[in-house]
Design a protein around this ligand. Structure first.
Ligand SMILES: NC(=O)c1ccc[n+]([C@@H]2O[C@H](COP(=O)([O-])OP(=O)(O)OC[C@H]3O[C@@H](n4cnc5c(N)ncnc54)[C@H](O)[C@@H]3O)[C@@H](O)[C@H]2O)c1
Length: 180
């Protein structure tokens, strides 16, 4: 679903840590990739009007709102990008899909199996209406990861019996850092 001129009008809900990262991605993606649709940073949604206004201005969104439900009723929104804490993902995603909006939900998809299953059922119903959804796994499009996925999918390395991964980060190297 997109509007007549082929643009993809985005509403992003949540504008703090991951909202900033997603804003950067929406800004630069069409400058780097040939996209089938031009993303339009239509509306940013937060909880405080002042902070949402300030974030919209700084991050490059056309306007700010504080009620995500109202945004789902708008005709000028094609896709909802969910960057809120995990306990809100299921409610927003299911409502957005039922309103006919494509959904990009930041990982982890949900906090419970029940939430994830409700979201999956809503996504399957939506897909039958050509309304698409995706979980934003950070490394999904990294070339090396995409190549590994393709090698497995094409059967080039045979049946996978064991996977051993390492994920290297230094942000908890400080022994005084609080556990997470
Ligand atoms: N991919 C990654 O590497 C990565 C890293 C950190 C966090 N995350 C995930 O990203 C998501 C967001 O995490 P974060 O660290 O950005 O959280 P955060 O606390 O920094 O930001 C949450 C944002 O959601 C907004 N929000 C909360 N409830 C809202 C509501 N009802 N209506 C409108 N806005 C609402 C808050 O105002 C805030 O702007 C979580 O699912 C988290 O697990 C992913």
């Amino acid at each position: 679903m997109s509007n007549a001129d082929g643009r993809l009008r985005v509403a992003m809900i949540g504008h703090a840590f991951m909202g900033r990262a997603h804003s950067q991605a929406w800004r630069v993606a069409p400058r780097f990739f040939d996209l089938p649709r031009e993303p339009v940073m239509q509306v940013l949604v937060g909880r405080s009007p002042d902070r949402a206004e300030e974030a919209a201005r700084q991050l490059g969104w056309a306007e700010a709102q504080t009620d995500w439900r109202a945004v789902l009723e708008r005709d000028d929104v094609d896709l909802v990008d969910i960057c809120t804490p995990g306990d809100t993902h299921a409610e927003i995603a299911v409502a957005a899909l039922e309103a006919g909006k494509h959904v990009l939900v930041e990982k982890p998809m949900a906090n419970t199996l029940d939430q994830a299953e409700r979201m999956t059922r809503a996504a399957e119903r939506a897909a039958a209406r050509q309304v698409w959804s995706m979980v934003g796994f950070t490394y999904r499009r990294v070339p090396a990861v995409a190549l590994a996925q393709r090698l497995v999918a094409e059967g080039r390395i045979g049946e996978v019996r064991q996977v051993r991964c390492q994920y290297l980060q230094d942000w908890l190297a400080d022994e005084q850092a609080p556990g997470s």
